[in-house]
Design a protein around this ligand. Structure first.
Ligand SMILES: [Fe+2]
Length: 178
């Protein structure tokens, strides 16, 4: 009986060791740093998703003399943003953490507030400038921990997102000038 029990324990230990071996992440970034970066990326995913949905909403509902310009411009923006959501979520996964994927989590984590009703065209543009800038600030705030942890892939992703959000904010802002 004792040996059977011992065999069972050995088998269990072996399986656990194997499981740990498979699941263990050893990429040169401590678990603590990976957790901090994944948390910051989750906040960025929440802002990016909220911005994506706002842009798609405005694509559907924009009216007025600028309709065609804004309808097409918003489509280009939300299409790019949709692709970026996947890159951010998959970086969180590569760091060993689950990516948030529910509206409840996005509302809780986002720094961008949802817009109620259907604003006038230029109020839509103003809201998008603010949301683009907010997303840029969220991405930028993650740099110190990413730099400290020597996490180049996340730094690269953040740099790409910053470039897009700052350029798009400039283009939208230009529509508001005389
Ligand atoms: Fe459409």
């Amino acid at each position: 009986m004792a040996s059977k029990k011992q065999d069972k324990q050995e088998k269990q230990d072996k399986l656990e060791k194997l499981g740990r071996g498979v699941a263990r992440i050893d990429i040169g970034i401590s678990e603590d740093d990976r957790a901090k970066i994944a948390d910051g990326l989750s906040a960025l995913l929440a802002d990016s998703y909220t911005l994506y949905l706002m842009t798609h909403n405005f694509h559907w509902n924009v009216t007025g003399p600028m309709f065609n310009t804004l309808h097409v411009m918003f489509m280009q923006q939300y299409t790019e943003q949709w692709t970026a959501l996947d890159l951010i979520a998959e970086r969180i996964r590569a760091l060993g953490f689950p990516a948030p994927g529910t509206y409840r989590e996005f509302v809780e984590r986002a720094s961008i507030k949802e817009i109620e009703g259907v604003p006038k065209a230029f109020d839509m543009v103003r809201s998008l400038v603010a949301a683009q800038e907010a997303t840029a600030r969220t991405a930028r705030s993650l740099f110190p921990v990413v730099d400290d942890a020597n996490d180049q892939p996340t730094a690269d992703l953040l740099t790409q997102r910053l470039e897009v959000h700052e350029k798009t904010a400039w283009m939208l802002r230009s529509l508001l000038e005389d």
